[in-house]
Write a protein that binds this ligand. Structure first.
Ligand SMILES: CSCCC(=O)C(=O)COP(=O)(O)O
Ligand SMILES: [Zn+2]
Length: 225
């Protein structure tokens, strides 16, 4: 046993899963300039005491090293002796776990999530409707509208973390930070990854559909403008 009765085998299984996902996201160029952070809970969820593995701060996340992750408690404090620093955005992960009881939280910066969060930043939410991939969020209603919250991108992370509770949309497992990136979560790493991929599809779809709507007059039936 290690901290809080968590077995070494369970810790290693979590680190293996996170490491694989980190490599998969890096292959999509989802960690430009050391941005992004990933976490996965270890052990059962208890709002009073939970633990998770999280990426160390400031690392090149396209590399795989023995110093990629560390374990923290519900306050974001390291629970084992380490020289590693947890992600600068650990407080946001803590708040998402506390409020949702989820099993994994993934954060990436992409061009599409930045552009869309900025475009709708003033409104405080991104509206989307009629996009098939909302089924990834377990929304099966035909043509259902969804609303993805956007929080301000304060430099002071605890200031952002305290806004998470008021912004959560129980139907939508994600929150955007304006002109910064997205946090997506799920009951486990598989689900959090599925949700993140669906969000990124939706952002690219919205971006391209806005471009199309603003492009030149539609073609006539014979292909001329
Ligand atoms: C280099 S991007 C600025 C920090 C950030 O937004 C991020 O996602 C990465 O921070 P971390 O401390 O998790 O490496
Ligand atoms: Zn970030």
């Amino acid at each position: 046993m290690t901290f809080a009765g968590i077995s070494l085998e369970h810790k290693q299984q979590v680190l293996g899963e996170l490491s694989l996902i980190k490599q998969q996201f890096a292959a999509k160029n989802w960690f430009p300039g050391t941005s992004g952070n990933l976490s996965m809970r270890v052990g059962e969820f208890d709002p009073e005491a939970f633990y998770f593995a999280i990426t160390a701060s400031g690392k090149d996340k396209s590399l795989t090293t023995p110093e990629d992750f560390l374990f923290v408690d519900k306050s974001g404090r390291a629970v084992e002796t380490t020289s590693l620093k947890p992600s600068a955005e650990t407080q946001i992960h803590c708040e998402i776990y506390r409020l949702t009881g989820c099993g994994a939280v993934f954060h990436v910066h992409t061009i599409f999530n930045n552009l869309i969060s900025e475009w709708f930043g003033e409104a405080g939410a991104v509206p989307a409707q009629g996009i098939e991939l909302i089924k990834a969020f377990n929304i099966w209603e035909e043509n259902a509208p969804i609303s993805i919250p956007v929080l301000p991108n304060y430099a002071d992370i605890p200031r952002i973390a305290e806004l998470v509770e008021g912004a959560l949309n129980p139907a939508v497992p994600g929150i955007l930070l304006r002109n910064h990136g997205i946090y997506a979560w799920g009951k486990n790493a598989f689900e959090a990854k599925k949700h993140l991929e669906a969000f990124e599809f939706i952002f690219e779809y919205l971006y391209r559909s806005m471009l199309l709507q603003n492009s030149a007059a539609p073609l006539t039936l014979d292909g001329r403008r």
